[in-house]
Design a protein around this ligand. Structure first.
Ligand code: KIV
Ligand code: ZN
Length: 553
């Protein structure tokens, strides 16, 4: 016998769900305070439970499973406090979980006494494996257990004010249960509770253990809904866990397959690999233009509360909430993001369309600023972006390559990320203000008797000595090259030249980029910035010459 066997596919050749789209928010139920809490190394203190409950209410949950009061004294006390201190808003229904055993059900009703409305959530495991190895019970015995539980709940509910009790039933381990049997046991429970289209029972179909690909779960949901007779009198709820890492996908496809309601937790806390992450599922909807009816506009604060209450850290890569999810390290991504934002601004476009970002970080209380970061993987695009955003310089391509090598050396040597300000400072100290032996103080045109040429006098300081030097050529740059060569023997050839005005708001400054080749064959950029483009280009030339002078012979 093989150690692992494939999950058998569901025979549903006319499945409808792949053609459907999610076009409305489901009913959400948070199970953070029950399923999530049960899975914690340190279950929540009453104070933490209260803080998380308040946060869930603020997010907009209208159904919140607050505990398993028959199994835990802390939960019992917490439920009593919620009711006695009148902490449950009018439009919020608390939910409590209970197994199909009379003493537990009685204790559960004591816990919820006085609540305006509560959902009593009955469950028992129905999977083939659990029936065989845990309960050692027949199908009929398990149905009998569920019916007894349902009857006990119905009789206790009858003594409560009308409308105070709603019902939920979960065939636990539904994904490992034969569909026909799941239908049979859920129908048996509904026979007891007698739901109607105006007084619906919740039938929750848990993927207690995720056993197959999410499409199989969707098939199971669609098939169940087709076969289940009281479908119109029930709310079909999903409760997925994440054993294969596809709990969110399973809930999304299950919703397409006909479900109405979703149970899950913030950031997916829950047994083993966790429950469905409601934050991700809801924000996935939001990015499709659908109102999820949950408010995550202050995701940072929600994350803070969840981390405090669960003592579990939200992973850096967690969709929407992780520290690094609005951060691009790769240069080509950084460049594309920059262009996306610029294009949106230019056209005043409303639709959010930025490459590599599915959501505007601002919509969930996050920022765009930290998007661009540079490490050894970033390449020239990211470095150039930072220089432009910090200094307003639009580097020519060859300078982008040259400067990214300078940054790469730093990140390789230090093994750490380099922040925007450091990149900008390094650019200035390398190309604009390198260590200087040569200074140009002033210059002025003087008479030139060669046609098509100009002549200039330059006041300079070289290695601490002041002098006035003269040279002529096809403009001030050419003249300076000749003057400094003839007077001090400093030779260089100008290979490339670029200039641009700074963007508006910078008092019409100009920037010049000059690439020179030194007599030793080194190609070096210098950059100058001034209101006068002539001064900016001379400064750039002097900076490039100084860089050559600084290289040891
Ligand atoms: O995962 C599960 O099946 C449960 C049930 C109790 C609903 O948590
Ligand atoms: Zn669960």
């Amino acid at each position: 016998m093989a150690k692992y066997v494939p999950f058998p596919p569901i025979h549903l050749p006319d499945r409808m769900w792949p053609n459907r789209v999610i076009n409305a928010a489901p009913i959400w139920c948070s199970v953070d305070l029950r399923d999530g809490n049960q899975a914690l190394i340190n279950p929540m203190s009453p104070a933490k439970k209260h803080e998380l409950f308040q946060t869930l209410v603020k997010i907009g949950f209208k159904e919140i499973e607050v505990g398993f009061p028959a199994a835990s004294e802390t939960d019992f006390t917490f439920v009593r406090e919620l009711i006695e201190r009148d902490l449950i808003p009018e439009d919020v229904t608390i939910q409590v979980l209970v197994q199909a055993r009379r003493p537990l059900i009685e204790k559960t009703f004591q816990a919820i006494e006085g609540a305006k409305t509560s959902i009593v959530h009955l469950y028992n495991s129905t999977s083939t494996l659990q029936r065989r190895v845990v309960f050692k019970a027949t199908k009929e015995e398990i149905i009998h257990l569920a019916i007894e539980g349902a009857e006990c709940i119905r009789s206790l509910a009858a003594a409560c004010p009308s409308g105070a009790i709603r019902y939920e039933y979960s065939p636990e381990s539904f994904t490992g249960t034969e569909i026909d049997y799941a239908v049979e046991i859920c129908e048996a429970v509904c026979d007891v509770w007698q739901p109607t289209p105006t007084n619906k029972t919740i039938i929750n179909l848990p993927s207690t253990v995720e056993l197959a690909t999410p499409n199989v779960y969707a098939d199971q949901i669609e098939l169940f809904c087709r076969k289940f007779k009281p479908r119109q009198s029930t709310i079909i709820s999903l409760h997925t866990h994440n054993d294969r890492g596809t709990g969110i996908a399973a809930s999304e496809l299950g919703l397409m397959a006909g479900a109405d309601r979703i149970e899950g937790t913030l950031f997916g806390n829950g047994e083993r690999t966790g429950n469905l992450d409601i934050v991700t599922m809801a924000l996935n909807m939001y990015t499709q233009g659908l109102d999820p009816k949950l408010n995550f506009s202050n995701l940072k604060e929600i994350r803070r509360v969840a981390e405090f209450c669960t003592e579990l850290k939200v992973h850096e890569r967690m969709p929407y909430a992780g520290d690094l999810v609005f951060t691009a390290f790769s240069g080509s991504h950084q460049d594309a993001i920059k262009k996306g934002y610029a294009a949106m601004q230019e056209t005043a476009q409303e639709q959010f369309e930025v490459p590599y970002l599915t959501i505007d970080p601002a919509d969930i209380g996050r920022q765009y600023d930290p998007v661009i970061r540079v490490n050894s993987q970033s390449g020239k695009g990211g470095v150039a972006f930072l220089v432009e955003s910090e200094l307003g310089f639009q580097l020519p391509r060859r300078l982008q390559i040259a400067f990214s090598q300078v940054i790469q050396k730093i990140t390789d040597e230090t093994g750490r990320e380099i922040v925007a300000r450091e990149v900008a400072d390094k650019f200035l100290s390398t190309y604009v203000n390198p260590p200087a032996l040569l200074h140009l103080t002033s210059f002025s045109p003087i008479e030139c008797n060669v046609e098509d040429q100009e002549r200039y006098r330059f006041s300079i300081t070289y290695d601490g000595s002041k002098s006035d030097i003269e040279g002529q050529g096809f403009g001030p740059l050419d003249s300076f090259v000749h003057a400094i060569r003839d007077s001090h023997g400093l030779s260089c050839d100008i290979l490339d030249y670029h200039e641009h005005a700074m963007e508006s708001g910078s008092d019409s400054m100009a920037v010049a980029y000059i690439l020179v080749r030194t007599p030793r064959g080194q190609d070096l950029f210098g950059v100058g910035q001034h209101k006068s483009i002539t001064k900016a280009s001379l400064q750039a030339l002097v900076a490039a010459i100084n860089r050559g002078l600084a290289i040891p012979k």
